[in-house]
Design a protein around this ligand. Structure first.
Ligand SMILES: [Zn+2]
Length: 289
């Protein structure tokens, strides 16, 4: 596996690999040092056949629920302590779910009881891991060391267009009094500007929605361009007052690195089904003295 060259880049970007029982996840060190357990999953170390031993953490239409749940159990073991997963049924929008206690934490997916439709989860509760699922979309984890509140945001091109990450910052501020300048942000692997080609409907939507929207695109063939969703989300975060040096981007593209990650765009056509990654964040558990 080609990880030796990228490990140096990863370290410089503020990330390291955590490994356990064949599982691997990317952890954002500055977010961890600010008091937040966090991790971005990879495809290794699970029970799904995508192909074999794959850690697909969602996508109930593409895999059996029992595989997904076993994979989730394995994934959560990477994080010492007792955790309940708070999720949602993602709809590529900018609505948020507030999780006020561990009792309130549930996957909230169609197949697992009550469904909650949203793309942002905010909380300041102990023992709660807020999780979003992706396969090429941008996973964003946010922590506020002062109020110890946190958020997980799912932003594909539609969510980015809907300024989901701005909404995430707003909700942390409204619910918990978090100030943007104190936030720490980790942006995980997603379809990068090296690979992610979109058509004119996406180009037009961004160009008309944002003054600098056209700058996010590098033309390829007529009516098509590569889009930089990381840059778009970075600009949105900075527009709220988040400090550039407190935003940490994992320098990995899901479409380039299908050895490490699931990529909807690369794999759906090839295999008909594709696994899902998960990004989680929660506040570090403080042992009472
Ligand atoms: Zn790429």
């Amino acid at each position: 596996m080609e990880t030796i060259t990228s490990d140096q880049q990863l370290t410089e970007a503020g990330y390291y690999w955590r490994e356990l029982n064949g599982l691997r996840a990317l952890v954002c060190l500055p977010l961890e040092q600010d008091g937040f357990v966090n991790g971005f999953s990879t495809r290794m170390g699970g029970v799904s056949s995508m192909p074999s031993d794959s850690l697909s953490l969602a996508g109930f239409h593409d895999d059996d629920a029992e595989n997904i749940l076993e994979n989730r159990r394995r994934f959560l073991k990477l994080f010492p302590g007792q955790w309940s997963l708070a999720g949602c049924w993602q709809v590529h929008g900018a609505d948020a779910r507030v999780v006020s206690s561990v009792e309130d934490a549930k996957p909230a997916e169609d197949q697992l009881g009550e469904t909650i439709y949203c793309d942002i989860i905010v909380s300041n509760a102990d023992n709660v891991l807020a999780g979003v699922k992706t396969a090429d979309c941008v996973p964003i984890l946010i922590g506020d060391p002062r109020t110890r509140s946190f958020a997980a945001v799912h932003a594909g091109w539609r969510g980015t267009l809907a300024t989901a990450v701005i909404e995430g910052v707003k909700r942390l501020s409204q619910e918990y009094g978090a100030r943007p300048e104190g936030l720490r942000v980790a942006i995980g692997a997603s379809a990068g500007s090296c690979c992610y080609e979109v058509g004119s409907e996406v180009i037009d939507a961004f160009s008309s929605r944002f003054p600098n929207g056209a700058k996010l695109f590098t033309p390829t063939r007529p009516g098509h361009a590569l889009v930089d969703l990381i840059q778009a989300n970075r600009e949105q975060l900075e527009s709220t007052g988040v400090k550039p040096e407190r935003i940490h981007v994992a320098p990995l593209c899901t479409m380039c690195r299908t050895d490490l990650f699931f990529s909807y765009r690369q794999e759906k056509k090839l295999h008909g089904k594709v696994g899902r990654l998960m990004a989680v964040v929660g506040r570090e558990q403080v042992t009472p003295r």
